[in-house]
Design a protein around this ligand. Structure first.
Ligand SMILES: [Zn+2]
Length: 475
């Protein structure tokens, strides 16, 4: 769902270049004629991500996936609201579409641009009216590419849809930007004897003539890139800790020892959730867990309610801390624009340091000090402005480490009490929504009662190493 303010600016963006989350409420003129929705929400890093004029509330995905041939076939029902009067609108999708229905009536469509599914409903959609769009499709996601990325991670025994910032358009039609969160109901049919795992809770598992259909539902709205499914041979463990249900899954493609280690690592998830809740407030979702894939992937991803991991042994607790910290920073409070990525990665890195200081490791202040001393002023690390790293660098090491250093330096600058009040206020006031770096900086100034302009400029915006001063949290 799009927040009220963003919905208004998204509508205005049909005519004006959009600065999402910029804080300017632009009045929408009364219109006499319907207009086409734009092909993007206006994120300068990826102009085609998301679409103008629509606000999705729910996705109901019904897919059949053949592990052996990589063929994916299915339909997705999208419940959306037209935010302006539309005669045409777009979705983001890479697979060939065979049919589109809007409110039960066949609609014209084309896919001339490979990422944009352009839909022309038989009748125009009135402003602020709810609609149901159903898209039917079939194709091979492994062959698809967008923005230079080929993100289908699969072999003939397993698939897991994990990537950031783009993953959704490989397996369902979508308004693919974090500002449009929605609920997800994902049914996936695979050959009998195979397992499917996705976000949220398992609703049902039904045998059909041609396979088994696994239905998972995520009740709390999420950014589309955080939706995932995995299929293959998985050991699935379920339980509850302190009233919070969890589902863990480990690929049987891994050697037996690695499977045991992965299950052991994932079993720490509820404890990590509890430890982080003490700092961050209540865990934002109704279920947790994790999945370890047997596929060769070199990153973990904070899929909402159920992060996905590569096989990393049983001792990589800090990786679990990182992905669970993202459930608050990144998932519950998502970026408003991709340039705000340091709010996700810096906070998750900082929470690794914080967890360590509370579990027998060194104080986070020491971790800041070590990094500051180890990275020389001439290092390219300091050349990146992490508040606007550019699309090629959103996962640069500096976004993580300089971001984590920013958080710890802020803690030193404004003091323990104000810092945690800031963090909790940020997470509470932005819960279920999106935030920009500027909004976080303004809240920090408000809560601390300090002018932090120079502090944030030094840490987030200068292309040089911050001076070793008390004002920079390095006293
Ligand atoms: Zn991360």
């Amino acid at each position: 769902m799009i927040s009220q303010r963003l919905a208004r600016t998204a509508a205005a963006a049909l005519l004006l270049p959009l600065v999402i989350g910029g804080g300017h409420a632009i009045a929408v003129e009364d219109r006499t004629a319907p207009i086409p929705g734009s092909s993007g929400v206006g994120d300068p890093y990826w102009p085609l991500d998301g679409n103008g004029g629509i606000d999705v509330a729910a996705y109901k995905i019904n897919n059949r996936y053949n592990l052996k041939t990589f063929q994916l076939r299915g339909s997705t029902r999208i419940d959306l609201t037209a935010t302006v009067e539309l005669n045409r609108f777009n979705l983001d999708f890479l697979l060939p579409v065979t049919k589109v229905k809007v409110d039960g009536v066949k609609a014209r469509f084309h896919q001339r641009d490979k990422h944009e599914l352009v839909i022309s409903p038989a009748t125009t959609l009135a402003a602020r009216s709810p609609h149901t769009v159903k898209v039917f499709y079939a194709g091979n996601p492994k062959s698809k590419r967008y923005a230079g990325e080929k993100n289908w991670l699969a072999n003939t025994r397993e698939v897991v849809t994990m990537n950031e910032p783009h993953m959704a358009p490989w397996w369902f039609p979508v308004n693919d930007h974090p500002i449009d969160k929605a609920t997800f109901d994902v049914s996936t049919t695979v050959a009998r004897g195979r397992e499917v795992v996705a976000n949220g809770k398992l609703v049902s598992k039904k045998r059909t003539r041609s396979g088994t259909t696994w239905r998972w539902r995520a009740d709390e709205p999420m950014a589309p890139y955080l939706a995932f499914f995995a299929a293959g041979d998985f050991t699935i463990k379920r339980g509850a800790s302190n009233g919070l249900p969890w589902v863990n899954a480990v690929s049987q493609q891994l050697p037996a020892g690695e499977q045991r280690a992965a299950l052991k690592l994932l079993s720490r998830t509820p404890g990590v959730v509890e430890a982080l809740s003490a700092d961050l407030g209540d865990y934002p979702f109704s279920v947790t867990g994790g999945l370890t894939t047997g596929l060769p992937v070199y990153f973990a991803l904070e899929n909402q309610t159920r992060p996905t991991y590569p096989s990393v042994g049983s001792r990589a607790t800090s990786l679990v801390v990182h992905e669970i910290a993202h459930q608050w920073f990144g998932d519950d409070v998502a970026v408003a624009r991709w340039r705000d990525i340091w709010l996700n990665e810096g906070a998750a890195t900082f929470m690794e340091w914080r967890y360590a200081e509370q579990h027998g490791g060194q104080p986070a202040a020491e971790t800041l000090r070590q990094n500051y001393e180890a990275i020389s002023a001439s290092d390219r690390f300091w050349k990146l402005s992490i508040a606007d790293p550019g699309p090629a660098n959103i996962f640069d090491e500096a976004v993580y480490v300089r971001g984590g250093m920013t958080m710890q330096a802020l803690r030193a600058r404004i003091g323990e009490e104000k810092f945690w009040l800031l963090i909790r206020t940020w997470l509470e006031t932005k819960a279920g929504g999106n935030g920009t770096s500027e909004e976080f900086e303004a809240l920090a100034a408000q809560i601390s009662g300090q002018d932090l302009t120079d502090f944030f400029a030094a840490w987030l915006r200068t292309q040089s190493k911050p001076a070793e001063t008390a004002a920079n949290g390095l006293g």
